[in-house]
Design a protein around this ligand. Structure first.
Ligand SMILES: [Cu+2]
Length: 662
């Protein structure tokens, strides 16, 4: 009772502070040095955690406190994963525990309770589970709308930073010497794969990948998220296509798919360490797949694959209750995405399994498939680290080809389907040159290091090379027969294959990169449209450094001023990586522009700002996907003859992407 009164008193004292600045400050403090107890300097939060009795606030939960009771019970019974232990979302029990907290937080009807529960469970749960659950809850809760999640590479730096750098960071800390440490890409130049390590190891791309999986969790059972399965296909298809474009830029053939009954050609030494649990295991070249004891057999994956392929050939998947769900239509790809990942939306988990999720576990465990050496899971079991391993792209190429098999079976679009007779594109050009370059980017490692409150921090950071490009604009001229809203779709496609053979439309379409998609008002007569690359609806700008977020929120709270509510998304491809690297001579790509009817818009009058950037890859939070057409339209289906695209509203031109060393 005393605790209750104390908690109630505390709550009364802070109950009014739920403006955005306070919310941002709370989330910052909850994530600051997440492997240690809440800092004393965050006195209010610390006290709140100490005095909090979760179950006394059940009436502030939308589910009557059910989720909270489940979690409290597990905590009180001592059933939870201990602190200072690695956490993997693919471990069923770890995931269950993290999701218990997500559910409890999402059931809160008031931010003060969200805050109290979060503070309490931060001190009573595994750190990895807590951080994951808080990120997901902040992403999905209406109570935290407008809160900016700090960059994951600064909250859990171990998953983004080489072991060598982490070790040197410790030395800097121990000797109390400020340090700015240069991070190199994994491996050596003897490994051709290293030429594209800058892409697989890009911390912005890694963050995009993790956040995508937080926006669209496969374990999500709540309300329906629109076209989640199709987005799973599309975002990973685009990652694969972008990886291939980087390979072509670096004189490497496009990535081949993975075969369960052949050795995994590329080995991988991650040079990455868990915060707790030791080194991420390595895998030698040409490793044959072995069954993973107690979890998944190679045979099961082969069987799952053949059942999915059969469904594609039949044109229907069979639901749990034996009904046929027809897939040879625009909706089919969405169902297949649910089936292949699989998410909780799959119509038949028992029969079609979870190809993608088990494949990640299979690849993640090949260093110790029998569990003989008690090794932690490999990089493939973490969305943060998976793309570092070249087998990630092989795996996704494999699944991408299954999706392609389905798309190739659909009727090709006819000229009539493609034609939008209102619009005639007269010219498309690039304002400025398409130029890429490498630059150094610095991020903070303070959260990677253990310390005590008594010893003051020294600044420790790391710098990484990252690809960027010069700003550019698309210059599009077109004529319209009448005023109308129109949909503009821009793709960048490879023009030649690895052997310099020019590709036909049907060959290059699957490698096209979505650059932008937006809606414009077309006016009767001549139109001149200038679109800036940075406005792209598949990308997001650089993330705000954690230190800046802390400063901004603290200042806003101290001055009682507003924290600006930005339409910010954590999910989105880095704007820097919009262009593939290209080469020093200027690598030719095709710029494909299609202007289609504004009737394609699923939401009323969609504009960029309204949807917070990256809807192309990440949809719109809480809304339906803004484009009615299949993702990748009009290049998603088989093209038997290039001349089908001889319509006035489609324009294809050659552009060059230059890479400049400076
Ligand atoms: Cu993924």
């Amino acid at each position: 009772m005393r605790w209750f009164l104390l908690a109630a008193a505390l709550l009364a004292a802070y109950a009014s502070a739920t403006d955005l600045a306070h919310k941002q400050q709370t989330i910052n403090q909850l994530l600051y040095k997440s492997t240690e107890p809440i800092r004393s300097k965050f006195a209010e939060l610390k006290e709140l955690a100490k005095g909090w009795d979760p179950l006394s606030h059940k009436h502030h939960c939308s589910d009557g406190g059910h989720a909270l009771e489940v979690l409290v019970h597990e905590v009180e019974q001592g059933n939870m994963l201990v602190k200072k232990h690695w956490f993997s979302l693919f471990n069923e029990r770890h995931r269950e525990e993290a999701v218990m907290l997500v559910d409890a937080l999402l059931s809160c009807t008031d931010f003060n309770f969200f805050k109290g529960h979060a503070a309490y469970f931060r001190e009573h749960m595994n750190e990895g589970e807590f951080v994951y659950a808080l990120y997901v809850a902040v992403t999905h809760s209406d109570l935290t709308s407008g809160v900016i999640l700090p960059p994951l590479y600064e909250v859990t730096p171990h998953l983004f930073t080489n072991s060598e750098v982490i070790q040197r960071a410790y030395t800097a800390k121990m000797t109390h010497t400020p340090a700015k440490l240069q991070m190199e890409f994994t491996g050596s130049q003897k490994n051709p794969e290293q030429r594209v390590a800058y892409f697989g190891e890009d911390i912005g791309m890694n963050s995009h990948h993790v956040h995508w999986h937080m926006d669209f969790p496969f374990w999500w059972q709540g309300h329906h998220i629109d076209r989640k399965g199709e987005l799973f296909f599309w975002v990973h298809h685009q990652l694969t296509a972008r990886f291939d474009a980087e390979r072509l830029s670096n004189h490497l053939p496009v990535v081949d798919e993975l075969y369960w009954n052949r050795p995994i050609e590329e080995g991988f030494a991650p040079h990455t360490t868990y915060r707790y649990g030791g080194e991420f295991p390595s895998r030698p070249d040409n490793k044959e797949f072995e069954d993973v004891d107690g979890i998944i057999k190679v045979r099961d994956l082969l069987e799952t694959e053949s059942r999915i392929r059969e469904a594609i050939d039949h044109g229907y998947v069979t639901s749990k209750d034996g009904k046929a769900i027809y897939i040879d239509n625009d909706r089919g790809i969405d169902i297949l995405g649910d089936v292949i990942e699989s998410s909780m939306y799959t119509p038949n988990f028992q029969y079609y399994g979870a190809l993608h999720n088990y494949a990640h576990i299979m690849l993640g465990r090949q260093a110790d498939p029998k569990g003989k050496f008690s090794m932690p899971p490999g990089v493939m079991e973490h969305f943060e680290t998976a793309t570092r391993d070249p087998s990630f792209f092989r795996l996704h190429k494999y699944m991408d080809n299954i999706f392609k098999k389905h798309k190739d079976k659909l009727h090709p679009y006819t000229t009539n389907d493609l034609l939008y007779s209102n619009i005639e594109i007269t010219d498309v050009s690039i304002d400025g040159e398409l130029v890429t370059f490498f630059e150094d980017f610095e991020f903070n490692l303070i959260n990677a290091l253990d310390d005590t409150e008594q010893v003051e921090d020294v600044p420790v950071s790391t710098t990484v090379h990252r690809l960027n490009h010069k700003p550019f604009d698309y210059d599009i001229h077109f004529n319209a027969k009448y005023d109308a809203v129109a949909t503009v779709r821009i793709f960048l496609c490879p023009k030649y294959d690895y052997n310099d053979i020019e590709l036909s439309m049907d060959e290059y379409r699957w490698g096209c990169l979505e650059m932008d998609k937006f809606w414009v008002d077309a006016h009767y007569g001549e139109n001149h449209l200038v679109r800036h690359a940075h406005e792209s609806t598949v990308t997001i700008p650089d993330r705000t450094p954690f230190e800046d977020l802390i400063k901004q929120a603290d200042e806003a709270v101290a001055n009682d001023s507003d924290f600006p509510h930005q339409n910010y998304r954590s999910c989105g491809h880095p704007a820097r990586l919009l262009l593939p690297k290209g080469n020093t001579k200027g690598m030719e790509f095709l710029l494909f522009v299609a202007i289609t009817s504004g009737d394609d818009a699923a939401l009323s009058r969609p504009t960029v700002g309204e949807h917070g950037g990256a809807h192309g890859y990440c949809g719109v939070r809480g809304e339906i996907y803004p484009d009615k057409r299949p993702m990748g339209y009009p290049l998603d289906r088989h093209i038997p003859d290039d001349r089908l695209f001889d319509v006035g509203n489609v324009h294809v031109s050659t552009v060059k992407v230059y890479h400049k060393k400076h």
